[in-house]
Design a protein around this ligand. Structure first.
Ligand code: UN1
Length: 493
């Protein structure tokens, strides 16, 4: 049995609790992948102390030098991509092609952010006074807590750890309890690439025992969180109490509009990928299909037949299209939503069942599920399900479609399939989400563009892109007066 440890101050250590938890394969629920430290507040204390001790030297390391370490991390990720992806598929289920994509997203982020070491741009601007110079620079925030979900076990940590480190912060990282192995694998690479000790610390364990003490620790200055809206609200209220910085990336109820002039085969392909890719467990997943009444029948038939062809199974097998759900709780929750949909009067077209046959016998598999006759106010049309369930809502015009898309408390991703450039531009302008795709699905954001959403999806921040540094740095305005006399802004003479 592999026993994995916490990484604190450059050493792999046991939790002071002396307890561990098991990490199991959701495709084969008896298969234990390893045991991990069930950490507690005292471990957090040690992690934060290490991060505090390392802070000064790391902050003063020139940013291009910090970048050089990150480039090495990128190269190592490239070299180990396949084995990292295999470990990830084993611990969280998504198919190998997708876990390879997850590692690739981390590679892209690593190279992108490493390059920022030679930019981290501020601005210069004229002063209103003679012989005076004005500029802005970015300064680190301090100790950052990164709290990440299980659906992108390496990509999402990369969105947080890399910019946090590049900006000169030190970090304590708490990964989801369902995916600690990918976190350990990631940290080992930083270690191998020469990141100084204490700069990045890993503590595994639950939200209650590790997350909470981390969030409320008075030396931790910023919480970067991705996960459910419910937990995010808890993070926000803990941070509000201490007036602490926090960035939240939370739920979605993303929609694809399919207009009557759309390339239907392309739209169906995009819908299947958006709804059932990653078994629907993406915050960008397409969970509402908003389809024009004139083509809804043809679209639905094509969708059912493509969905029926999806093969469920262990994500390590080439033959698998859709892997398991992450755990039993999620399986039950998704099945409950099927019942909710039926009770609300929606029509179940396909799926709606736990799958136990063949390759699915000992995992948490759920049949890709499609509902039609769905009204926008039904719970299945409003709540984030986070599984392979998609609903079809019929509309009669673009205006109605946009109104339906916007009629949600979330605002992450959206898409429209149309061949009419005018309609595409209206959608780009009027859909109120952080991301909009034209003739492509709701998933697949690239790391050099801002990522995040409006309304209940977040709290106004954007990860990735250049905007990520607005999370992980403070702005400082600097005035240099070289006149040799006291000059008073705003005051004549
Ligand atoms: C998420 O589901 O939390 O755009 C992130 C995408 C991926 C990231 C998804 N690049 O679907």
């Amino acid at each position: 049995m592999n026993i994995y440890k916490n990484y604190i101050n450059g050493e792999w250590v046991d939790s002071v609790s002396g307890e561990v938890f098991e990490n199991k394969n959701p495709a084969h629920k008896e298969e234990v992948i390893g045991v991990f430290q069930k950490s507690v507040a005292e471990d957090v204390e040690k992690g934060v102390a290490a991060a505090a001790e390392a802070a000064e030297a790391w902050k003063k390391t020139p940013a291009p030098k910090r970048g050089e370490i990150l480039y090495k991390v990128g190269e190592t990720l490239v070299r180990k991509k396949k084995e990292l992806a295999r470990d990830m598929t084993r611990e969280m289920g998504k198919v190998l092609k997708e876990t390879m994509g997850d590692v690739q997203e981390a590679i892209d982020m690593t190279y992108y952010i490493a390059g920022e070491g030679r930019r981290l741009l501020g601005e210069t601007t004229p002063s209103e006074l003679p012989d005076k110079f004005c500029m802005t620079i970015r300064i680190p925030v301090g100790i950052v807590a990164a709290i990440t979900p299980w659906n992108f076990p390496m990509a999402i940590p990369s969105w947080k750890l890399l910019p946090a480190l590049m900006a000169g912060n030190t970090v304590v990282f708490k990964p989801a309890t369902d995916t600690p192995l990918s976190a350990v694998n990631f940290i080992k690479i930083f270690e191998e690439c020469g990141l100084p000790r204490g700069v990045l610390n890993l503590i595994t364990g639950s939200g209650k025992d590790v997350g909470e003490p981390l969030i409320t620790h008075n030396e931790v200055k910023l919480i970067s969180f991705t996960g459910s809206t419910e937990v995010g609200q808890g993070v926000a209220s803990l941070c509000a109490r201490d007036i602490k910085r926090y960035s939240l990336e939370m739920g979605g109820k993303n929609a694809i509009i399919v207009m009557d002039d759309a390339d239907l085969d392309l739209a169906v392909e995009g819908a299947v990928w958006g709804a059932f890719g990653t078994t629907g467990q993406r915050c960008t997943a397409a969970s509402r299909l908003v389809v024009h009444k004139d083509i809804v029948k043809r679209f639905t038939n094509k969708l059912i037949s493509k969905t029926g062809a999806l093969r469920l199974g262990d994500g390590l097998l080439d033959s698998t299209d859709v892997g398991p759900l992450i755990n039993e709780n999620q399986l039950n929750k998704i099945h409950e939503y099927t019942q909710i949909g039926i009770d609300e009067g929606a029509k179940l077209l396909t799926g709606g069942k736990i799958c136990k046959e063949g390759d699915c016998a000992d995992g948490y598999f759920y049949k890709p599920t499609i509902f039609t006759d769905v009204e926008r106010d039904m719970r299945i049309a409003r709540e984030e399900i986070f599984g392979p369930t998609v609903v079809i809502i019929t509309i009669g015009s673009l205006e109605e479609a946009i109104d339906v898309v916007n009629d949600t408390e979330y605002g992450l991703s959206s898409a429209i399939y149309t061949r009419d450039v005018n309609k595409a531009f209206v959608a780009m302008r009027d859909i109120y989400t952080g991301i909009t795709y034209i003739n492509s699905s709701t998933i697949g954001a690239e790391i050099h563009l801002p990522f995040g959403g409006t309304k209940g999806t977040g709290n106004g921040h954007r990860e990735a892109g250049t905007t990520v540094f607005d999370i992980f740095t403070e702005w400082k305005s600097i005035y240099v007066d070289f006149s040799g006399k006291l000059q008073k802004a705003q005051i004549a003479g």
